[in-house]
Design a protein around this ligand. Structure first.
Ligand code: COA
Length: 204
């Protein structure tokens, strides 16, 4: 899907258009500028210290789509969103993907977050991941709604484990998308709705 579906143009709710594509090696300047433009409040809720240029350099230099699939959205030549699907190489979480996503303030509430989250879920399904998790601040209603829209449910809440920009403790919600069970439900539904005459001999 990465090769033949990208780059692709998406129209946002406000009529603007963005181009979605995987992150590339020469995106360092654009990606660093994107993170620099985020307000401190947003950066605090990201898992990594994105103000560190060495970290962003590592991400653009060491692309490995088997481990991390990074999608960026561009408005013209400006990166306005970055979403990543993280895949464990092995071990007890080898079936479990992790999505992280941030959009520029200038492009919020336009459907952009939902578009990227939807694509990352589709990419997880293609890689046969069975479940995907995302971590959000529980009272960040927009994030919770966005992940629910693309099939996540709140699986657990860790009370008072993260701190906001004021140093106040906030609840962390772990959102889970059971991609495999959705696929099974769809397959069962297709199977059940097959007209008997079209079933292969011996089938159901
Ligand atoms: C979470 C985030 C990615 C959403 O991005 P976005 O581009 O605004 O996403 P969308 O436009 O698709 O909107 C998502 C939800 O935000 C809310 N929202 C949309 N427009 C809104 C508005 N005008 N006012 C308030 N909330 C609004 C809605 O709940 C919306 O869902 P809905 O369209 O089904 O009602 C963005 O807010 C962000 O980058 N936050 C900081 C990082 C973060 O918390 N990431 C999530 C954890 S990985």
């Amino acid at each position: 899907m990465l090769d033949h579906d990208y780059p692709k143009t998406e129209r946002l709710k406000d009529g603007r258009e963005v181009v979605l594509r995987p992150l590339a090696q020469d995106d360092f300047d654009g990606l660093f500028a994107f993170f620099q433009a985020l307000p401190e409040e947003d950066r605090l809720f990201l898992a990594d210290d994105v103000s560190d240029p060495a970290l962003i350099r590592k991400w653009t230099d060491e692309l490995d789509f088997k481990k991390v699939i990074p999608l960026v959205a561009l408005d013209g030549d400006r990166i306005v969103a970055d979403g990543t699907l993280h895949i464990a190489a092995g071990g007890w979480m080898r079936h479990l993907g992790h999505i992280r996503l941030v959009t520029a303030r200038t492009h919020r509430h336009t459907g952009l977050g939902t578009i990227i989250a939807r694509d990352l879920v589709a990419l997880a399904g293609e890689r046969n991941l069975e479940k995907i998790q995302a971590h959000v601040i529980e009272d960040n209603v927009g994030s919770v709604r966005m992940f629910e829209t693309v099939g996540f449910k709140k699986a657990a809440v860790l009370a008072n484990v993260v701190k906001d920009q004021h140093g106040d403790e906030r609840n962390l919600a772990i959102m889970l998308n059971d991609v495999a069970s959705l696929t099974r439900t769809l397959e069962d539904w297709i199977q059940d709705s097959m007209i008997p005459a079209f079933r292969a001999p011996g089938e159901g």
